[in-house]
Design a protein around this ligand. Structure first.
Ligand code: SF4
Ligand code: SF4
Length: 392
C-alpha cells in the first residue's frame, strides 16, 4: 500500500454492506495466504491477509497513482473463488465473498479487466459466456432422443453453458444423458430458454447480470414446474443450492455424480466392463470445498472393475488445488508462470496416472489446454465418460 492511497469511508461502507461484513472477523493471522494457491507459484506474493484490514480502513482501490490502481485491480480480480482460504481460516472468513463485494463497486465504475468485460457482455446479451445463439442451446442433444421437460418428469437436466455449446464439453452432457436414459431416470431438457446460472458473473462482481440470470431461470423453472435439477457443472450446483434460494427456493439440485452414485448403490446400473487404467481424481473446488462432495465421485470410480484409483499426495480433497478456471479464470490470459492449471497439472502428472478424471466442465477445459501446452500424455476425462465406458 503506497503513500498516495487515500482513506475513503464511503467506499468502505458500500463494500462492507455488500457481503463483506466478515472483514471485521479477520485478526490478520495470515493462514489464508498460506492456503491460497497463488502463493504456491514461484515469485508471486498474493497478500490475501491484507484485504480485510485495507477494507476496514477504507483504503482499497483508492489511490491517485495509476500504477497502484492497476496493481490493486489485478489483485482484486486475481482470486478464483476456490475457498481454500475459507477452509483454512480460523474465523471462517471467505475472501472470495469479500472480494466479490469490492468487485461490484469496480464493475459499477466499469473498472475491471477487458477479458472479463467481454464475457459479462456475452452472458448478458446471449445468456451464455460463449456468445452462442440461444436457439442452439439444446443442439448437443441432437440424435439422443431426449424428451423435452414436462411436469411429469422427475428431473430437469441442466447441462451448463460449456457442455451445451463447446465441442469437447458437449461429450460430457451426451454421456450423462445416455447414462440417465439407460437407468430409466425420468428427466427432460429445456434447451433454448435456459440462461447461464450466473455463477461466474456474480463472482466477478457483475451483480446486475447475475440478477437477470436468476430472474430468467427462476421464471422458467416456475413456469415449467421444475422441482429437481441434475447439474453437470458444480458451479451451477453451488449457485442453485446456495445463492438462488434467496430469490426462489422451489427446487433442489443434485450434481450428476450424486445421481450416478445412487444409481450404482441401488444397482440400477452396474459397471461391468473393465476399465484397466490408473485414474487420478481432481476435486473441483465447487464440488469439494464448497459442497462437501468428496466421497461420491470416488465411490463411482471404485465401483468400476479394473480401474485403479489414486490420489495426488497431500493435495487432495479439501487440500486440492484449484484448476484456475473459477471466477472467470477460464477466460483470463495469465502469463505462463502465473497459471494455476500448470501448477496443478504438474502435481497430477507426478502421480503417473493414465487418466485425469474431472467432474466439472471448467476443470475439463483448463486441464485439456494445459496438458496440451505441457506436451504431456495424460488423458483428461469426465467421470460420466469413464462410467459410460464401463456400462455394457
Ligand atoms: S485466515 Fe482469516 S483471520 Fe487469518 S488473516 Fe486470513 S482472513 Fe484473516
Ligand atoms: S478464494 Fe482461493 S484464490 Fe481467492 S483468496 Fe481465497 S484461496 Fe486465494
Amino acid at each position: 500500500m503506497g503513500g498516495s492511497i487515500k482513506i475513503n469511508l464511503e467506499v468502505r461502507d458500500a463494500i462492507i454492506e455488500s457481503d463483506a461484513g466478515d472483514v471485521v472477523k479477520c485478526y490478520q493471522c495470515g493462514r489464508c495466504m498460506a492456503a491460497c494457491p497463488w502463493n504456491l507459484l514461484d515469485g508471486l506474493d498474493y497478500t490475501t491477509y491484507r484485504f480485510c484490514q485495507r477494507i476496514r480502513l477504507g483504503a482499497i482501490i483508492d489511490s491517485e497513482e495509476k500504477e497502484e490502481i492497476a496493481a490493486d485491480t489485478i489483485d482484486v480480480f486475481r482470486c478464483v473463488g476456490c475457498d481454500s482460504c475459507k477452509v483454512e481460516c480460523p474465523r471462517g472468513v471467505g475472501l472470495s465473498d469479500i472480494l466479490r463485494a469490492v468487485r461490484r463497486i469496480l464493475v459499477d465504475y466499469d473498472s475491471y479487466p477487458g477479458e472479463l468485460k467481454s464475457v459479462v457482455t456475452r452472458v448478458f446479451s446471449s445468456g451464455n459466456p460463449l456468445g452462442e445463439s440461444t436457439e442452439k442451446r439444446g443442439d448437443w442433444s441432437a440424435g439422443l432422443n431426449i424428451p423435452q421437460y414436462t411436469e411429469d418428469c422427475e428431473y430437469l437436466y441442466f447441462p451448463c453453458c460449456l457442455p451445451a455449446y463447446d465441442t469437447r464439453a458437449k461429450k460430457v452432457a451426451q454421456a450423462t444423458a445416455r447414462i440417465l436414459k439407460r437407468a430409466n431416470v425420468s428427466f427432460g431438457i429445456i434447451g433454448k430458454e435456459e440462461f447461464c446460472c450466473g455463477e461466474a458473473v456474480r463472482r466477478v462482481g457483475a451483480e446486475k447480470v447475475f440478477q437477470a440470470a436468476v430472474k430468467q431461470n427462476t421464471e422458467l423453472f416456475k413456469k415449467a414446474k421444475v422441482h429437481k435439477v441434475i447439474a453437470t457443472s458444480p458451479h451451477c450446483l453451488v449457485t442453485f443450492t446456495k445463492e438462488y434460494p434467496e430469490y426462489y427456493d422451489g427446487f433442489e439440485t443434485l450434481h450428476a455424480v450424486q445421481v450416478f452414485d445412487r444409481l450404482i448403490k441401488d444397482k440400477t446400473i452396474v459397471p461391468k466392463r473393465p476399465f484397466e487404467k490408473t485414474v487420478v481424481y481432481h476435486d473441483p473446488c465447487t464440488l469439494g470445498k464448497q459442497m462437501d462432495i468428496y466421497d461420491e465421485p470416488r465411490a463411482v470410480l471404485k465401483s468400476i472393475p479394473g480401474l485403479k484409483l489414486i490420489e495426488v499426495p497431500i493435495f487432495n480433497r479439501d487440500f486440492s488445488i484449484c484448476c484456475g478456471g473459477g471466477a472467470m479464470g477460464l477466460w483470463r490470459d495469465w502469463p505462463q508462470d502465473e497459471r494455476l492449471a500448470d501448477l496443478r497439472a504438474e502435481q497430477i502428472l507426478e502421480t503417473g496416472a493414465d487418466i485425469l478424471c474431472v467432474a466439472c466442465p471448467y476443470c475439463l477445459q483448463m486441464f485439456e489446454e494445459t496438458i496440451k501446452s505441457l506436451n504431456a500424455s495424460i488423458e483428461v476425462m469426465d467421470i460420466s465418460e469413464i462410467l459410460e465406458l464401463s456400462l455394457e
